[in-house]
Structure formats: C-alpha cells, structure tokens
Design a protein around this ligand. Structure first.
Ligand code: 2P0
Length: 332
C-alpha cells in the first residue's frame, strides 16, 4: 500500500532592507545582487501539503478558495522539484492560509513558498538542510529564499550560473530593540508584477548598472550597523537603498513607479517623525505601502503620531519574526 505524506508549516514574511531587484538568470532564479532582510512576526503563511494516491491532480486551496488553473500550475511546477527528489509521482493537495491581514496589501509570496518548501521537505521525508530549502524556495520566488530564517537574513547571490550557490543564511537574531511598522496606504492589487518590473528595469534603465555597485556598498555598511546595533545607521542605509531601487524604475523606458500620492505622504510623515526626535526610517517595495524601521520601544509613540494623519487600522506593528516551524495538521 502507498503511504500518505503530509505536513503543515508556518513561515513568516520578510522585508528587505537591502533590496533584491533583478535576476542575472531568470530560468535559475539567480539574483544580480545579494540582499538582506528582516523577517516579521506579524505576517505569515500556514501551508499544509498532502501527497496521496487519492489525488488525480494537484489541488491548491488558498484561504478556503479553490485557486485558478494558472495558480495551480505554478504550485505544480514547484511541487515537481520535490517529487523529483523523492522519485515519486504522487499528486498533492496544498491548503494554505495567509495571515497577512488582507488590508495589509503586503506581498505574501515569500512566506508562501517558504512554508510550502518546509512542508514538502517534511512530508516527503527529504531531510533537506535550511540552506537547501532556501534554494528550493528561491525557485518559487526569490524573496522566499530569505523566509527560511528568522531575524536579519542575508541572501547570497552565489556564483555564475551555479544554481546551488545562491541561498540565504541567518545574519543576526534581531533579539534586540528593533521593530517594523507597515503603513498601508492602498489595499488594491499592484499594477504590475515585480518579476516583470525588475526585468524591464534591467533591460531599459541606464541607472541599473549603478544599482549593483550601490548594493554591494550598502550591504557591507548595513551589516556593520546591525552588528553595532546602530538602528539610526541601519535606517539611513535602508531608506537610501530603497530610494535608489525606485530611482532605477523612474529611469526605465518607459518609466514606471510604485509610488502613489499616499506613499509620498507616508514618507514625508516619517521624515517629520524624525524631526520630533523619534528614530524612524522608511522602506518601500513593489507596491505602494510604506514600512517603517524603528526601535520597538518607540512603536507606540510612532503609532500615536501617525494616527493623526492615517487610519489606525492601517498601521500594523511587528516585532522580528522566527524561522518556519511545524504546526498541527488541519483535520482532513
Ligand atoms: C525584495 N522585492 O528584496 C524586493 C524589493 C520587491 C522589491 O523580492 O520574481 O516576488 O518571484 O523572484 O521575490 C519581490 O520580488 O520576485 C521582491 P520573484 P519576488 O524583497
């Protein structure tokens, strides 16, 4: 009799302080630069995978909704990599819950593919290391490679076309006074995927060549600042790095931007917070929402000030988050 293989994992999202923007090899999902992120406690995905001879085809259920054929195919391609390692053709049911508050409008592909990779590893008894799982998660979504670890995480770009050389590793546990606040300015889906946007930037932006050089410098500087627990320095470097990434998009041809009027208002609000003596710096990804890096001890004061200009429901506070962990199975 064929055995069933089942596991359920929780993985947390991460926000890059030194951004990943561009692939040197799209097929192998290899990035142009290394990047560095902070895993967040407040936002996570729980994903159960169940490989069984009872399924004729893969199924993908997200937040209790059966997903489209296109979404299912993306998951199937990801599952194929694990099936190959196990030398099995068992189909699977993937049941996933995103605990990224719907209002947050934050990307969830990082936590989603990290959780799925961990569940596949355990269900199929593959015994892959965290680094090997980071490589597997990378094939789902680049940023997912970083969600295999908690705290501050560095994703190494690796060498040449060596697919196995690019993975994440923990850099610092972030078990000190640091937090992040997500300021949600728009809940609608983004206009264009980051995957297309980063490729368009590489192909058309004259600023892109500078980007890779800047990232190398920012990465060294932020690592020193993290080791020194100098949050002001960390914030300054992260804020500048994010703006340089967005500048590459403004210089693309045709140009594009994820900035919306409310994003600019949020960035200005953060600058004003600094003028009142608070320690707060912003970063922004491939969407209009703004994230604020600050000491956790200041989140209440920052929340109170921001509540004067933004809906308190749209101000979501987080501590640094953990690496993925196993959770009880969902009743079948
Ligand atoms: C990051 N972003 O480092 C950067 C900053 C967005 C801006 O990683 O094509 O969804 O699946 O590798 O990981 C978003 O890109 O893109 C992202 P793919 P992904 O967090």
């Amino acid at each position: 009799m064929t055995k069933d293989f089942i596991a359920n994992y929780q993985a947390h999202t991460n926000i890059a302080l030194i951004k990943y923007w561009g692939k040197r090899n799209q097929d192998l999902m290899l990035p142009v630069t290394s990047s560095l992120s902070l895993t967040l406690e407040a936002f996570y995905t729980q994903t159960q995978v169940h490989f069984s001879k009872d399924y004729d085809e893969d199924q993908f259920i997200l937040n209790d909704q059966i997903q489209s054929a296109q979404e299912r195919q993306k998951i199937s391609r990801f599952l194929n990599r694990f099936r190959q390692l196990k030398n099995t053709d068992l189909k699977a049911q993937v049941t996933s819950y995103n605990h990224v508050p719907t209002a947050a409008g934050l990307a969830s592909s990082a936590s989603a593919f990290a959780a799925l990779a961990c569940s596949c590893n355990e269900a199929l008894e593959l015994k892959l290391s965290q680094e090997e799982l980071s490589i597997m998660a990378r094939f789902g979504s680049g940023s997912a490679s970083r969600s295999l670890f908690g705290g501050f995480v560095e994703w190494e770009k690796g060498q040449g076309d060596d697919s196995q050389s690019s993975y994440a590793h923990p850099f610092d546990e972030a078990d000190w006074d640091i937090g992040m606040i997500a300021l949600v300015v728009n809940q609608k889906a983004k206009k264009f995927s980051s995957r297309q946007a980063m490729q368009h930037t590489i192909e058309t932006s004259p600023f892109y060549a500078l980007w890779a050089e800047e990232v190398a410098k920012d990465l060294e500087a932020i690592k020193a600042a993290i080791k020194a627990r100098d949050i002001q320095k960390i914030g300054q470097i992260a804020e500048h790095n994010a703006m340089k990434m967005h500048a590459t998009m403004l210089a693309a041809n045709p140009s594009f931007s994820y900035f919306q009027a409310e994003s600019l208002k949020a960035m200005e609000a953060v600058r004003q917070l600094r003028k009142t003596g608070l320690t707060a710096y912003f970063t922004m990804d491939a969407g209009p929402n703004v994230k604020i890096i600050c000491p956790y001890s200041q989140v209440a004061a920052i929340q109170e000030k921001l509540s004067q200009d933004f809906d308190p429901q749209n101000i979501i506070v987080s501590r640094p988050g953990p690496q993925p962990f196993s959770i009880p199975l969902i009743n079948q």
